[in-house]
Design a protein around this ligand. Structure first.
Ligand code: SF4
Length: 618
């Protein structure tokens, strides 16, 4: 089929050897690519119950059929593994331009096996795979390592995925970093890489772009996708102009940005943390990933104060909320400094911020004290402590920070007392900063996503809190964000978002449903020569979501693991637009399981698996 290389590259770190394997054409039809290939591979090739930090785990880097095409935002890399944070399937996704190089080198997918005996980096140059000693890179930031590796292999344009100290030290929420500061952050892929003694993977391909099946029709579909992006007001007037920091103001007004570890929704932080303050206070440059017309990325520098001169990627919306509002911290410079340090150490900013938020609430409630925190005063809003704790967690310095590097749930269980009550997570993954009380729809992906608390797949607040209508989801009139009823549209929306992860494009093209399912189907059909409708594409997404669910079922996950923290049942939002709202979680789960064809325990029924052609994993 066109637009695929049809090859997966295997690299065995222990044996220092590599080989290729043909990707079955059936996979292309059934799972499309990206996260679809990864889910199927991990389901078939990982034994249930393995330790994610053992050499038995696999680490996958995957392209989609639209990777390295003219389709908008087509440089995403899907990174998959069994998650050391959650024990579920791990799936993260990063921008930059790493995947296009893998495709140019001749592969749709890379599978890393085993564990190197010493710190190592791998260089893939077309058909050649070279192994290098990485001892001198130990302790270097991902960005420094990327630069040093380019010099060592004498290829300034090679793309390099690397880990920082957080990954080396097995912080369970360590990220895989590409293109400087871009992170495949969620779920601990960086720790899996560290557990394999693998500091980095460089890749360069000498072939050009693959031809698509029907170039004329493909170009028309590309134009249509770009037009759809420009026609969507939020994308055009906010994301393209202000980047993700614009989310802060839009969401804050709707009560969707949590504060003080989700105890409150403080809506007056936008003067200090909103996009206007961001662009006035920081020196800001726009950056964009491979072939992306949106260009939501920001590179910033702190112009004054104690962090003067520090610079780096972001901070993105989630980072501002995680190190700012959630911690009662209105000092934007400390937020940016914490973000740069987290990126340098290669840890997920979302988990890092949420871990600190939990620790601050433990401190507030007297569960831990200053002796336990190794001298840190974790009073809300202590901006210095935020920056210091990020550094200590990434380096695993001191007993307290070392414990936090295990993630907030494991840390709470080690602390005991009432600590677990204040951990804001699902399946062990820390929640991002996307309100679930003022958008009952947004509660659902957090609850049922295969990778644990998930704010983006789909970003359901688009429909119920922001009031978008979408024919492809059957939403023809506004949905009440405060009601648990009428949430069936989440299923097709989730499938649209998953489709972007299968195709190899950025989810941001579709979180506000700018690029439609129909357009992605046209792009896929004209690129590959395999004619499909958007319903077929959504069906492929559904198939992949069910494989991922069954992967988790094999690991012992079920309905009991699909709940938000108790706080959302019992503590209503004390202020903001969601004032008085709690979440009736069972009502949401019953509804969503039914529409997905899962039984009352959240297990896909044999009939559903048969309908999806997945009898083999029933
Ligand atoms: S929308 Fe933003 S994150 Fe997505 S590909 Fe474009 S620049 Fe990268």
């Amino acid at each position: 089929m066109k637009s695929y290389r049809g090859q997966m590259l295997h690299v065995d770190l222990a044996a220092r050897k590599s080989w290729t394997e043909e990707i079955p054409e059936r996979w292309m039809k059934d799972y499309v690519g990206g996260e679809g290939f990864g889910a199927r591979y991990l389901m078939d090739n990982l034994e249930g119950g393995i330790d994610p930090l053992s050499e038995e785990n696999k680490l996958l880097f995957i392209c989609g059929p639209l990777t390295d095409t003219k389709a908008p935002s087509s440089g995403r890399t899907v990174v998959m593994f069994k998650s050391p944070l959650t024990g579920t399937i791990g799936a993260s996704n990063v921008g930059g331009a790493w995947a296009p190089q893998l495709k140019r080198a001749g592969y749709d997918m890379l599978v890393i096996h085993g564990k190197a005996t010493q710190p190592t980096f791998v260089y893939i140059k077309d058909a050649r795979v070279e192994f290098y000693d990485a001892a001198e890179l130990t302790g270097k930031s991902a960005k420094e390592a990327q630069q040093l590796i380019r010099e060592k292999i004498a290829h300034p344009k090679a793309e390099v995925a690397a880990i920082g100290e957080g990954g080396e030290k097995l912080v369970r929420f360590a990220a895989v970093m590409v293109d400087g500061d871009r992170a495949a952050g969620r779920g601990g892929g960086g720790a899996v890489m560290g557990s394999k003694n693998l500091k980095a993977i460089a890749v360069s391909g000498s072939s050009g772009r693959l031809p698509v099946a029907d170039p004329k029709r493909f170009d028309v579909a590309v134009r249509q996708a770009i037009d759809e992006l420009h026609a969507e007001a939020f994308v055009k007037e906010e994301m393209m102009v202000y980047g993700t920091p614009s989310f802060f103001d839009a969401m804050n007004g709707l009560g969707l940005v949590p504060s003080y570890n989700w105890q409150r929704t403080t809506t007056d932080f936008d003067e200090k943390l909103g996009h206007k303050a961001y662009h006035e206070k920081l020196e800001v440059k726009q950056v964009r990933c491979y072939n992306c017309p949106i260009g939501c990325g920001r590179y910033t520098r702190i112009p004054e104060g104690k962090y003067k001169g520090l610079e780096g990627g972001g901070p993105e919306y989630e980072t501002v909320a995680a190190f700012g509002q959630k911690l009662g911290n209105t000092d934007l410079y400390s937020v940016a400094a914490a973000a740069y340090k987290a990126d340098a150490l290669g840890i997920d900013v979302i988990s890092a911020g949420q871990v600190i938020a939990t620790a601050m609430e433990w401190y507030e409630k007297g569960i831990i004290d200053q002796e336990f925190t190794d001298g840190l005063d974790l009073t809300w809003g202590n901006s210095d402590a935020v920056v210091t704790l990020v550094e200590r967690m990434g380096r695993r310095e001191g007993e307290f920070a070392k414990l936090l590097g295990e993630g907030s749930l494991r840390a709470a269980r080690a602390i005991g007392k009432d600590a677990e009550k204040y951990v804001m997570h699902v399946k062990g993954q820390e929640m991002a900063s996307d309100g679930v009380r003022a958008s009952k729809g947004e509660a659902v992906p957090h609850m049922i996503s295969p990778r644990g608390a998930d704010h983006l797949r789909p970003y359901a607040a688009t429909i119920d809190a922001f009031g978008y209508l979408e024919e492809e989801f059957g939403v023809t009139e506004p949905v009440d964000p405060f009601k648990e009823e009428n949430k069936d549209w989440i299923k097709p929306f989730e499938e649209l978002c998953m489709a972007t992860n299968l195709l190899g494009v950025c989810l941001f093209t579709s979180i506000t449903v700018a690029v439609k399912g129909k357009t992605w189907a046209k792009l896929y059909s004209s690129a590959t020569g395999q004619e499909i409708t958007y319903q077929d594409l959504f069906k492929a997404s559904e198939r992949v979501l069910n494989i991922e669910r069954m992967f988790n079922v094999r690991e012992g996950f079920a309905r009991k693991d699909d709940y938000l923290p108790e706080r959302f049942n019992t503590e209503s939002a004390p202020n903001g637009p969601g004032k008085g709202q709690t979440v009736d979680q069972d009502k949401l789960l019953d509804q969503v399981y039914k529409v997905k064809g899962w039984d009352n325990n959240g297990i896909p029924t044999p009939e559903k698996l048969k309908e999806l052609g997945l009898e083999d994993i029933a």
